[in-house]
Design a protein around this ligand. Structure first.
Ligand code: WT7
Length: 653
């Protein structure tokens, strides 16, 4: 690849080392036979019946994959209900008293729901939603922190065939309004407030502000999380009262076609607006259940903890839907990992005897920094498997996790996937594959992935290229299933995919080694990955550019020890604007437009942004400045004099 290729941004981590799966693990693994790869390859796409067969269908599917594609119809002709698959069938098969959900609250409280209890509460809330007027295919927005009412509301929606749109509780009123508006969502479930690091967050007032911005009425249900009663106005309902008036109600689960929408989730792309990704009922549920079983080795008797917030896809797939579909005990934690002490996570794992723990590299790097004395104080011997997701994990963090949390006895699976894929795509099967710290692994059985160059040709081992998915997969989103151009419309640095009948460009750079193991190198589009969460640079830029006194802004990824990537904002000011004042306004504007999580870590004021002769901002150069790299030849710039200034400003910051 040419040296200015955007993929070529970092050297591959060393992945020469391999770690064998521990024999004791292999012996009990759900999937332990290497033949699974060949079997899937020989029988594609029918191999995916193994995933479909993990579910109960109201009507059996006629074909595993229908349609010459696109559109692709996974489990064509099949009908099912996701809430039935996550609840009723376990209640009916003798697991009614097993714990489905165990919740650890922010204030030290805990609550558990058996499958029967969860089934009842979901039914009651589903009945209440119906009473409020929610009909099949109405979008219900859920704006809640990590409390049991969130998965309950998701499953209640699924039960009546109303797609949910969960909006991360930390997002701002504006971000909520944009998403409700885009989805034409007239129903909202939120709460009065919650505590975050000791300070109350007034969720309801954010929801109120969002509603003001909408041009349709909203029916709102409010959970009293703060426990001090919630004053309600017209069109607002108290969650407990609603459920109370529907005690004992049951709602027949609505049969949905496999290709009917289960939910909608917004994610950031290169456009200024978040994109709604719509996932299917059958393909999605089968994909996440199968991967949780084969990769996370989840078993019904386990206590399983995925620490991701349900506001992101990881929480949807692997905190709620997959574990409940498999009939295990899923744990929900409302708090932060360092409160009240930095051993909180290990204390929870010990107390709940957690078998499988799935978290993000950003958390692992924080645990490392806090030191092994925290995990060392706890008995973590219940753990059988560890997983990571969301961003590349550097070999040092991988090894720390493996050694200090897993005591060298738990496989570590580094799972690569995206909001768009719904479930895991590239990783290792822990009962089969050797692990390579730093490399995610091979495409899972039945998944087609290649690393290609700009012409769409496979790169040689060790060369960097673009990761593309070459075959459809069950968890592919409805948007992609239905609309051939959905991804093409996003535009960006993309390889030519003419060689394939169909392929999806992931927007990730990668290398592949001789064994077919893929190492991810980060996004090649203008999307930042901050603590495993995705933000479009344009979204942040437009918030900053709206500030009075700002002439122009460009946002790029800079390095960050813990968060993986930091938000670096380069801002040029209008004449006479005051830097300190603008800095505060910039933070406030980003917090209001998106949320505190996207607020820039570094703001660099510059008289001008570096531009090409055609007037395009040179982002790659700004990224190099942020990383303190050599800037090389800057003669293509219209205003090369700005470069020296930028470098010196950053030194002062
Ligand atoms: C982007 C997707 C997968 C759910 C959470 C994030 C990055 C994700 C890995 C991994 C390296 C990873 C990619 C991807 N990513 N997992 N194991 N190794 N990078 O979902 O918000 O849709 O972000 O996260 O860059 O494109 P998302």
């Amino acid at each position: 690849m040419p040296s200015d290729d955007p993929v070529d941004r970092s050297a591959s981590p060393s992945v020469d080392e391999t770690v064998d799966p521990p024999p004791a693990f292999v012996e009990q693994a759900n999937v332990a036979d290497e033949s699974v790869y060949d079997e899937f390859a020989a029988d594609w796409p029918d191999c995916w019946a193994r995933a479909g067969d993990l579910l109960d269908w109201d009507r059996e599917y006629d074909a595993v994959l229908g349609g010459e594609g696109p559109p692709f119809r996974w489990f064509d002709g099949g009908e099912l209900n996701a809430s039935y698959n996550c609840l009723d069938r376990h209640v009916e098969s003798g697991r009614k008293n097993q714990v489905a959900l165990t919740w650890e609250g922010r204030l030290g409280e805990s609550r558990t729901y058996s499958y029967l209890e969860l089934y009842r509460e979901v039914n009651e809330f589903a009945a209440a939603l119906r009473d409020l007027g929610v009909e099949e295919d109405d979008v219900v927005t859920l704006y809640l922190p990590m409390i049991p009412e969130l998965p309950i509301a998701m499953l209640a929606c699924a039960r009546i065939g109303a797609p949910h749109s969960v909006v991360f509780a930390g997002f701002s009123a504006d971000a909520l309004a944009t998403r409700m508006d885009d989805a034409d969502s007239e129903y909202l479930v939120t709460c009065d407030g919650y505590y975050r690091r000791g300070a109350p967050v007034h969720q309801k007032s954010k929801a109120d502000n969002a509603a003001i911005g909408l041009d349709h009425d909203v029916t709102t249900v409010v959970v009293d999380r703060l426990g001090d009663g919630t004053p309600l106005t017209d069109g607002e309902h108290d969650y407990d009262q609603l459920v109370g008036t529907h005690r004992g109600a049951t709602v027949e689960p609505v049969s949905r076609a496999a290709t009917d929408q289960l939910f909608l989730i917004y994610t950031s792309g290169t456009t200024g607006e978040p994109t709604g990704v719509r996932h299917t009922t059958g393909g999605y549920l089968a994909h996440v259940a199968w991967t949780a079983r084969s990769v996370l080795d989840v078993k019904p008797a386990d206590t399983y903890w995925c620490s991701a917030d349900i506001g992101w896809i990881t929480g949807h797939s692997y905190t709620v839907y997959a574990p409940l579909a498999l009939g295990t005990t899923t744990m929900l934690y409302e708090g932060t990992p360092d409160y009240p002490e930095k051993d909180r996570v290990w204390e929870l794992i010990e107390r709940n005897a957690v078998d499988v723990f799935y978290t993000a590299p950003t958390a692992i790097r924080a645990f490392m920094k806090w030191g092994e004395k925290h995990p060392d104080r706890h008995d973590l011997s219940s753990l059988r498997l560890l997983g990571t997701v969301g961003e590349p994990i550097n070999p040092r963090a991988w090894k720390w996790y493996h050694e200090h949390i897993g005591n060298g006895e738990c496989p570590v699976v580094d799972t690569w996937w995206q909001t768009e894929t719904g479930g895991m795509m590239v990783t290792t099967l822990p009962g089969v594959d050797r692990m390579k710290p730093g490399a995610a692994g091979r495409p899972l059985p039945g998944i087609g992935a290649e690393v290609v160059d700009g012409d769409g040709e496979p790169v040689d081992p060790g060369e960097s290229g673009y990761l593309v998915l070459t075959d459809p997969w069950p968890g592919m989103p409805l948007s992609m299933v239905q609309d051939e151009d959905w991804f093409a419309a996003r535009g960006s640095t993309r390889p030519s995919l003419d060689r394939f009948d169909w392929a999806y460009f992931t927007e990730d750079g990668a290398t592949v080694d001789d064994d077919g193991y893929v190492t991810l190198l980060g996004r090649v589009d203008d999307v930042l990955n901050v603590s495993g969460h995705r933000f479009g640079t344009t979204e942040i830029e437009s918030a900053i550019a709206d500030v009075d006194g700002v002439a122009e802004a460009a946002v790029v990824a800079g390095p960050h020890d813990l968060k993986g990537e930091a938000v670096y904002a380069y801002v040029s000011l209008a004449d006479g604007a005051d830097r300190a004042e603008i800095r505060t306004l910039v933070d406030e504007a980003v917090e209001a437009a998106i949320g505190p999580i996207a607020v820039p870590d570094v703001v660099v004021f510059t008289p001008d942004l570096p531009k090409t002769r055609s007037g395009k901002v040179m982002r790659r150069l700004l990224e190099s400045v942020a990383r303190g790299e050599d800037l090389g030849d800057t003669s293509a710039l219209r205003n090369p004099e700005v470069v020296g200034e930028l470098e010196s400003t950053l030194d002062d910051d």
